[in-house]
Design a protein around this ligand. Structure first.
Ligand SMILES: *Cc1c(COP(=O)(O)O)cnc(C)c1O
Length: 441
């Protein structure tokens, strides 16, 4: 494992590493190695490029900035301001949006900023339910509930894993929400925004799209383009299909100046103080890279997801929505009831070095014993896997589901992964994808 320090370096610096620090470092190194030898399929994760990762250990990591470029509360932000302004410009350009804020420190924090700016306690927001694949931040016990908004769920069609259009139009007209919110964590198909546009205009609601899972696909123009389909405000994480740092992003279109200011005030001082400048710089690098690589990366990601769905389906596994090609995104949902349910299957897969999560499907009532697993291919695509590897991955998953010894399957997982440990689709393509790397100064 290539790393920043070795023990000799530390001794040269006159320090002998103490037991606890050594222990922690060893655990992190063990994690690096484990993931290098694994097939990571959590749909909300990705690998940053080495150039972006380098930003995380720059001096930006140790500094503070509050407010907006040129209007800070602290000195020392000369270069920070330049990088942040550039990041805002690149985000606007890549997503063709009239507004961008790169300061939210995660997708949930971006969502909290939207709530602060556009909803007061007691206001109504329409959204999807957790069992339909929504994110915890929109739940009663998540950020929505804690902001005190009254959330109402759309009618959902489990056959096509999407909103029931007529039912949704009827609901919007009845409830007349202040904000209509869209976007999922089990995000297989684009919601029918175009069909809902007349209704949005009729009731005059703010239209909010949570793109956390699909931002990279939107950047590569391989999913719907929400800002061209009636959406006013887009919130997102920047580390799922968009392969940047753990951070957040807000984009907007057709917002009034007052609404833009309300969002900026909600970000600071509403839900952040300093905004993790190193992550902001890493986001800026990733934006520059995605201007070049988004289309090809997103296109291969979507092809891989469908290939994985097809391969599992042909093995007799119940992948959702076979008639619709399983998915239009990076992820598929699989009903593993007949193999013992999501909890057991995801644990066995972990023992075979295949990392995924159990997930509720629409029919489920229990989040701890759901019948599904969710599989994302964006990270495997990032290290160069294509359709033929998806077939191999499907067969490894199937063997575990059929109760072959996970320890035995793990050996084949490691063998397959050996050929896929280098990062692709970025300026530093070909560098090691896991842990540290030679670009570290
Ligand atoms: C992942 C996710 C988020 C935010 O996650 P963070 O970890 O806070 O970045 C928000 N909304 C949806 C739909 C998500 O899937």
């Amino acid at each position: 494992m290539n790393s920043f320090f070795n023990d000799t370096d530390l001794q040269c610096h006159g320090a002998v590493m103490k037991e606890e620090a050594r222990w922690i470092r060893e655990k992190v190194m063990a994690h690096n190695k484990w993931f290098e030898e694994s097939i990571p399929m959590i749909a909300s994760e990705n690998l940053m490029s080495p150039l972006a990762k380098e930003m995380l250990i720059s001096d930006f990591a140790d500094r503070y900035a509050e407010g907006l470029p040129g209007k800070r509360y602290y000195q020392g932000n000369v270069y920070v301001d330049e990088v942040e302004s550039k990041a805002v410009d690149m985000a606007k350009e890549l997503f063709d949006s009239s507004f961008a804020d790169v300061r939210p420190i995660s997708g949930t924090v971006a969502n909290m900023a939207v709530l602060f700016a556009f909803a007061k306690p007691g206001d109504t927001i329409t959204t999807c339910a957790l069992a339909q694949g929504a994110h915890i931040s929109t739940a009663e016990f998540g950020a929505f509930g804690q902001r005190g908004v009254n959330s109402v769920n759309y009618p959902f069609n489990t056959d096509n894993m999407n909103l029931d259009v007529d039912g949704t139009i009827k609901l919007l007209k009845e409830v007349r929400p202040k904000v209509a919110q869209f976007g999922l964590s089990v995000f297989l198909f684009p919601p029918p925004l175009k069909e809902l546009n007349d209704t949005f205009n009729e009731i005059g609601c703010v239209v909010w799209y949570d793109a956390a899972h699909v931002l990279g696909l939107i950047a590569g123009k391989q999913f719907q383009d929400p800002l061209r389909e009636g959406v006013n405000i887009l919130s997102s994480s920047t580390h799922k299909t968009f392969p940047g740092p753990n951070h957040g992003l807000l984009l907007g279109s057709n917002l009034t100046e007052e609404q833009e200011k309300a969002l900026q005030r909600a970000v600071f001082p509403g839900v952040t103080s300093s905004h993790h400048l190193h992550a902001m710089a890493a986001l800026a690098v990733t934006l520059a890279e995605m201007k070049v690589f988004a289309k090809d990366y997103a296109s291969q990601t979507c092809k891989n997801a469908r290939a994985l769905g097809q391969a599992l389906y042909e093995l007799g596994v119940d992948v959702l929505c076979p008639d619709l090609g399983f998915t239009r995104s990076h992820a598929i949902a699989v009903d593993v009831s007949k193999f013992g349910g999501g909890k057991d299957v995801s644990k066995d897969l972990e023992d075979a070095n295949i990392i995924c999560n159990k997930n509720m499907l629409p029919k489920d009532t229990s989040a701890v014993r759901p019948s599904g697993i969710r599989l994302g291919v964006q990270e495997l695509t990032r290290v160069g896997m294509k359709e033929s590897e998806m077939k191999e991955v499907a067969s490894l998953i199937y063997r575990v589901a059929k109760k072959e010894s996970p320890a035995k399957v793990k050996e084949d997982v490691k063998e397959l992964k050996k050929g896929f440990t280098k990062i692709q689709w970025c300026f530093s393509a070909g560098e090691p994808a896991y842990g540290y790397h030679k670009l570290v100064p």
